[in-house]
Design a protein around this ligand. Structure first.
Ligand SMILES: Cc1cc2nc3c(=O)[nH]c(=O)nc-3n(C[C@H](O)[C@H](O)[C@H](O)COP(=O)(O)OP(=O)(O)OC[C@H]3O[C@@H](n4cnc5c(N)ncnc54)[C@H](O)[C@@H]3O)c2cc1C
Length: 463
């Protein structure tokens, strides 16, 4: 099915945050892999390039056109079939357009989990998760999407289909080609099917919100928890006190079960299936760390409703930032041992140069992943906002380089971070990337100008 009218295309042509509104020649909505393949060949004949799109929740402008006059969006949304669930193999095969939450619900009915968990799971698709190598809340226990993929089916720029929907856990027959497409953000192939790993669903989940003395104390607590909680931790998020204020702004009725002025907060979850007693483990762990002064105050959820209320603080904080208008978002990782120093130095640099803005840092402690966001004043003009956002990005990226960190821990590069990414590439990395792109997509049809720019791709002659 092809959409060409303006109203029909509109929803596909704006980014999640509504910061950028674009357009496209058309939106293609194939129903199966054969139709994707036909669409690719038709676009090749017409000289059109293709922007693959999943749930369009990506945060780096990878899924919407930048040259609307010769680009089509290929939406996977109608390819939403759960092809098979095999609990004996601990695996499932799904269409790439399946919404993540739908996959999670379907496997839950069979007593299993697919552990990828992120705020956008009600909209993002498995194909998008694979293409961005999404991270999320449970990485510390289960890894990134790359660690959860067993096989892929991919349509290539020449229309041919790479059929690799294996459920083998071990397969060392040469180079693992599926890895080329994980995190490639649609620039090498269109993912149409995914074979995923499943785990037994935990029947015990303990969630706690803790007030601690500093981010440094949160990192120390994480190290301790990894040892004491037998590697059963499935989430360990840190938030500043500002997070609770922002969550309240977004959800005024939200219950705050803890004082709102501790220097830092940790949202921690441990979970397991089987014979361990997770409730007892959490109680003993918290008793010890509170007696030793590592935790000032804390609440343990006594029901799944209370647990989901605690998670609402984490989700509400993100919504609260959006309510304060367009702002600078980052997705940084640094070595865990340098996390608290990084946040202190970067926030201080922002405060010194942009005193009118608010810097807020939160993230996934265990992965050394911090989202250091900078919020301009609510009454800032659009022009001032743009200046402040650009300047804040420059300030923070300089500190990231100082700490030898990554400017994209989990969101990818897209078009938003392309220039900053290219600036930091070593020559050999750059040549290798361009050689790969030119070999697989010589006509530059798939997601041009995302991750790396076209002009530079042409320079790749030898590695
Ligand atoms: C509220 C919120 C919370 C988020 N939290 C997290 C988080 O914790 N961790 C995290 O990693 N990300 C997070 N994200 C970012 C986003 O949800 C992920 O990047 C997600 O994996 C994108 O999936 P999608 O289906 O929406 O992809 P899209 O946004 O549609 O596309 C993303 C990129 O992948 C390409 N693509 C999409 N589908 C395919 C396909 N089938 N084949 C080839 N290329 C394709 C697109 O061209 C684009 O370059 C969050 C986003 C929001 C809005």
């Amino acid at each position: 099915m092809v959409i060409t009218d303006h109203a029909g295309k509109a929803g596909f042509c704006r980014d999640w945050m509504g910061d950028v509104i674009s357009d496209a020649v058309a939106v293609l909505r194939p129903r199966n892999t054969a139709e994707v393949s036909m669409a690719v060949l038709a676009c090749r004949d017409l000289g059109l390039s293709i922007i693959p799109q999943g749930g369009n929740t990506g945060l780096v402008l990878g899924g919407i056109p930048d040259h609307p006059s010769n680009q089509v969006i290929l939406s996977l949304e109608r390819m939403n079939r759960i092809r098979s669930i095999d609990i004996d193999d601990f695996s499932a095969v799904v269409d790439a357009g399946c919404v993540l939450a739908t996959v999670k619900d379907a496997v839950a009915e069979q007593g299993m989990i697919f552990p990828l968990a992120l705020g956008a799971q009600g909209s993002c698709q498995i194909g998008g998760n694979v293409s961005t190598n999404a991270g999320g809340l449970n990485v510390l226990r289960y890894g990134m999407t790359r660690d959860l993929v067993l096989g892929l089916e991919v349509v290539l720029p020449n229309g041919k289909v790479l059929e690799g929907l294996s459920s083998l856990r071990k397969d060392n027959r040469g180079i693992d080609l599926k890895q080329l497409f994980i995190g490639a953000e649609g620039m090498l192939g269109i993912v149409t099917g995914v074979s995923i790993k499943l785990m037994p669903a935990p029947d015990q989940i303990e969630t706690a919100l803790l007030g601690v003395g500093s981010l440094e104390a949160a990192v120390a607590l994480y190290r301790r928890a990894r040892r004491d909680c037998c590697d059963l931790m499935s989430a360990f998020e840190f938030m500043p006190p500002m997070a609770l204020i922002l969550a309240k702004e977004a959800m005024p009725d939200l219950d705050m079960p803890i004082a709102m002025d501790y220097p830092a907060y940790v949202l921690m979850e441990i979970s397991a299936s089987g014979l361990v007693d997770v409730g007892d483990l959490m109680q003993r762990f918290l008793t010890n760390v509170m007696e030793e002064g590592h935790v000032i105050d804390g609440v343990i959820a006594s029901s799944s409703t209370q647990a989901s209320n605690l998670w609402k603080i984490r989700e509400g904080m993100v919504e609260g930032q959006a309510l304060r208008g367009r702002h600078m978002r980052t997705d940084i990782s640094v070595p865990l041992s340098r996390l608290s120093d990084f946040v202190a130095v970067a926030e201080e640099a922002v405060r010194a140069k942009l005193p009118e803005c608010v810097a807020i840092s939160y993230g996934h402690v265990g992965d050394g992943n911090v989202h250091l966001n900078v919020l301009p004043p609510m009454d800032a003009s659009e022009a001032d906002r743009t200046k402040q956002i650009d300047y804040a990005k420059k300030i923070v990226n300089e500190v990231v380089d100082m700490f030898q960190g990554s400017i994209s821990a989990e969101h990818g590069i897209g078009r938003l971070k392309r220039d900053d990414f290219e600036l930091r590439l070593q020559n050999t990395q750059r040549l290798l990337l361009h050689t790969l792109k030119n070999a697989i997509d010589p006509l530059q049809m798939f997601n041009p100008n995302s991750q790396i720019s076209i002009a530079e791709r042409d320079d790749a002659s030898s590695v």
